[in-house]
Design a protein. Structure first.
Length: 383
DNA sequence: AAGTCGGGGGC
DNA sequence: GCCCCAGACTT
């Protein structure tokens, strides 16, 4: 027991103890993935939370668990079913890796989730920090995380300068993360690795925030270098600015008998393995392009163009509505599907909205279904 | 080390 | 507008 007034065994324990005590009083305790040691749920939450904020994840997490309550159900599902549940959450390689890992665990591990951090780390989509988080929350292992929250806390508390994405800076931060882990002691509540890890996440999310941190309530304010030197606003060092390149595409809404043509994207790359609309260069002739697909179309109307911003480029999207011209009554048959390397299918817009589609395509489809409803046509944003 | 992967929150 | 978020993977 570490009763009040005791001198802690080490400096690192003092750090951990402050955090743990703060977490018990002021931390978050009712997130949907807390209060369980089900490794499947812990793993799912950690993957969804990669580069995605808690508030965004929660509804996806609940829906996903409803569909796939355990490892076996996820492994048995088709990739398409998994992608449909992930649709809108972004970073779709996470979902592909999740599915691949589920099938690997069901096959190779006999459905049992691996307990050792090195084994967890071997799963696709699981890096060093995520493996540690799973090992901590599911199995109580002593392992260090280093996510965006922890990087921000450490760079401020210890006055570590330089962009944390830079290798040398990240190495320093990992070294701190390992060194500050509480000493494992089964008899001491003060060295609870789960509470410590959750404390780092909660402190970063609720107090040590990027903008307007609440330093007055912080359990680390007496030892925080950035607070002492009034540098909280300039640490961590921001990412170096870069100019985003801009690309331009046309998305084709090819309509026949109320159905639209969807095209499955390749398994890797942008929107990998998602259903999308046929895409062509914005300056291409749409009639000729569709002739190459083996379909005869008439341009109907244009929706307003809009811009979708990715991490590394901007995409200017021009949606075009096209009506198929055909005297044949069965041009919706499989044989009449346009030839292409990609899988294609005709779908009712309502069904397409339930499929695994990227957000900009959802936006176009919603706009289209709204336009075809019997009320006034609103002006599309932009342009 | 740098580039590739989304979408949304918050200001 | 801009920056960042419970990062991992490829080149």
């Amino acid at each position: 027991m570490n009763t009040g007034g005791d001198i802690p065994d080490s400096v690192s324990d003092s750090f951990a103890i402050r955090l743990i005590q703060w977490q018990r009083q002021h931390g978050r305790h009712h997130l949907p993935w807390q209060n369980t040691r089900d490794a499947y749920r812990v793993w799912l939450s950690e993957i969804m939370l990669q580069q995605t904020q808690v508030g965004t994840v929660i509804p996806y997490y609940r829906r996903f668990l409803q569909c796939f309550p355990d490892m076996q159900s996820l492994a048995s599902a088709s990739l398409d079913e998994v992608m449909a549940q992930w649709s809108g959450l972004g970073y779709y390689s996470r979902a592909r890796n999740l599915h691949k890992a589920a099938r690997r665990i069901a096959g190779e591990h006999g459905g049992i989730f691996p307990e050792e951090v090195d084994a967890i780390r071997q799963l696709p989509g699981v890096g060093r920090s995520t493996a540690a988080a799973i090992a901590v929350f599911a199995f109580g292992k002593r392992a260090a995380i280093l996510d965006g929250n922890v990087k921000r806390i450490f760079s401020r508390c210890f006055g570590i300068e330089g962009y944390p994405g830079e290798k040398s800076v990240e190495t320093q931060l990992w070294q701190k993360a390992e060194a500050l882990l509480p000493v494992k002691d089964e008899n001491s509540m003060e060295c609870d690795i789960e509470t410590y890890t959750q404390a780092l996440m909660d402190l970063g999310a609720t107090l040590c925030t990027r903008a307007h941190p609440r330093c007055g309530s912080c359990p680390l304010r007496l030892e925080c270098i950035a607070f002492r030197d009034n540098r909280v606003g300039s640490l961590p060092t921001p990412r170096p600015r870069k100019i985003l390149p801009e690309r331009e595409v046309a998305l084709l809404l090819v309509v026949a008998q109320g159905r639209i043509l969807l095209e499955k994207r390749p398994g890797t790359g942008i929107w990998g393995a998602l259903w999308s609309l046929p895409e062509m260069q914005a300056n291409e002739n749409v009639i000729e392009y569709c002739m190459q697909l083996g379909i005869n179309v008439r341009p109907m109307s244009q929706m307003g163009a809009f811009t979708h911003t990715f991490t590394h480029f901007r995409l200017r999207i021009h949606p075009l509505i096209l009506q198929v011209i055909s005297r044949s009554p069965d041009h919706l048959s499989p044989a009449a599907l346009p030839q292409s390397g990609n899988q294609r299918i005709w779908m009712m817009p309502g069904d397409a909205l339930k499929a695994a589609i990227p957000s900009p395509v959802r936006k176009v489809l919603l706009q289209y279904t709204f336009q075809t409803e019997p009320h006034e046509i609103p002006a599309m944003a932009d342009d």
